[in-house]
Ligand binder design. Structure first.
Ligand code: HEM
Length: 382
């Protein structure tokens, strides 16, 4: 088992790994400190990674204040809680459609049948991609993930270099497609997210097409596989804890806190990166300027100094201040959407399948990535 799944954080909440030249933060309070102090701990990590700089413009995740606030305000205008809440009936409809398509088989493959396609269709519809292009859109997204070792849901045999090239190519085609749509919205205003991003204005400034396209890419990168993992991991946790499964079946009011506890216990996005803008002291260590840090939010979510019995999966845990959606100014914009998808999908699964359980003959397969924790295949008996 990987350390973020174990019931403790390492002795020292901060560690320097010489061979990587990277600082690792495991403690909860230390993680909160780093994520809150944006003057010292910058999100602009692309400056240390070759060939990634051109994706920075419009990429919220990479921006520091004051640029971050401007773009985040623009985006929040278009990504309001009301927009998200209005999606509930459509998410329910899509969930039923996807499960109907799998009906008649003795096994449901929870990832392929539901958890992988649902979030990507929701993001496509939110952006305003025409339904006739849904397959095209999904193929690009598949292509982007399939070619990256870390996040691929399939066994990957391609060698690193050709995989990198294929990913870049898919990404360029996809960006062109999104750019054409953004340009179209300038001529023909529409009420979808792309239309709103084109219209959005803060201090008299509007987003450029490049910023809009990069933002749409960030939505997919940050919002697709993470949500796939949330859905799969929630089912894995409940299946592994039959008493908790029985509890949520008996009391559906526990569905939202079951989602939160699954995010804490089996955190999808395990580590966030930051880079120091100046020398700083953290938990007794002196970290020089321009050093990379990995903040292991999956480990922080198991910090016994913060959570009582962190290794216990308890769907009634209250309070549950987990950090699965980050903390501070970069707190996940899509959290309300991810929570909604989790709640709707879990309720429908419980409604439709009164005895949903895994098959001991066909065990779940876990992603090999250290940065993305979850299942890439989850066969279930319905
Ligand atoms: C930011 C996790 C779903 C869009 C973040 C961050 C985390 C996170 C940890 C903070 C990154 C940082 O501080 O460097 C998750 C998880 C999800 C999820 C675990 C599912 C369970 C979504 C969805 C969307 C989305 C559905 C959109 C459709 C974003 C965006 C940011 C972000 C745009 C950047 C915010 C900023 O930098 O201001 N997410 N996310 N996420 N997430 Fe999510």
């Amino acid at each position: 088992q990987q350390f973020w799944l174990r019931g403790h954080v390492p002795e020292d909440p901060v560690e320097y790994k010489e061979e990587q030249g990277t600082w690792h933060v495991y403690g909860y309070q230390e993680a909160v400190h780093v994520l809150s102090d944006t003057a010292v701990f910058s999100s602009h990590t692309n400056r240390k990674v070759p060939d990634t700089e051109e994706g920075t413009e419009g990429n919220l995740l990479q921006l520091d204040p004051p640029e971050h606030r401007k773009l985040r305000n623009l985006v929040s205008h278009a990504f309001t809680p009301k927009v998200v809440a209005n999606l509930e009936p459509r998410i329910a409809e899509l969930t039923h459609e996807l499960l109907d398509a799998a009906a008649g088989r003795d096994h449901l493959e929870l990832v392929n049948d539901l958890a992988y396609p649902l979030p990507v269709i929701v993001i496509a519809e939110l952006l305003g991609v025409p339904s006739s292009d849904r397959e095209l859109f999904k193929n690009w997204v598949d292509g982007m993930f399939e070619n990256t070792q870390e996040f691929s849901l399939k066994e990957n045999s391609a060698d690193q270099e050709s995989a990198r090239k294929a990913t870049l190519e898919e990404t360029e085609n996809f960006k062109r497609y999104l750019g054409e749509h953004a340009a179209d919205r300038r001529r023909n205003p529409r009420e979808d997210l792309l239309g709103k991003l084109v219209e959005a204005e803060v201090d008299g400034e509007r987003l450029t097409d490049t910023q809009i396209v990069n933002f749409a890419m960030v939505l997919l990168i940050a919002g697709h596989i993470t949500t796939t993992m949330l859905l799969g991991n929630t089912i894995v946790c409940l299946d592994n804890h039959p008493e908790q499964m029985a509890r949520v079946r008996a009391d559906r009011a526990l569905v939202p806190s079951a989602i939160e506890e699954s995010l804490r216990y089996f955190t999808p996005f395990t580590a966030l990166a930051r880079i120091t803008d100046s020398e700083v002291s953290l938990a007794g260590h002196t970290i020089p300027e321009d050093e990379m840090l990995l903040i292991w939010i999956g480990a922080a979510n198991r910090d016994p100094r913060q959570f009582t019995d962190p290794g216990t999966y308890d769907i009634g845990r209250d309070p549950n201040p987990h950090m699965a959606f980050g903390r501070g100014i970069h707190f996940c914009v899509g959290a309300p959407l991810a929570r909604l998808e989790g709640r709707v999908a879990l309720n429908i699964l419980l409604d439709r399948y009164p005895t949903l359980h895994t098959d001991p003959q066909k065990p779940a397969e876990f992603l090999p990535s250290p940065y993305m924790a979850g299942v890439r295949s989850l066969p279930m008996f319905t």
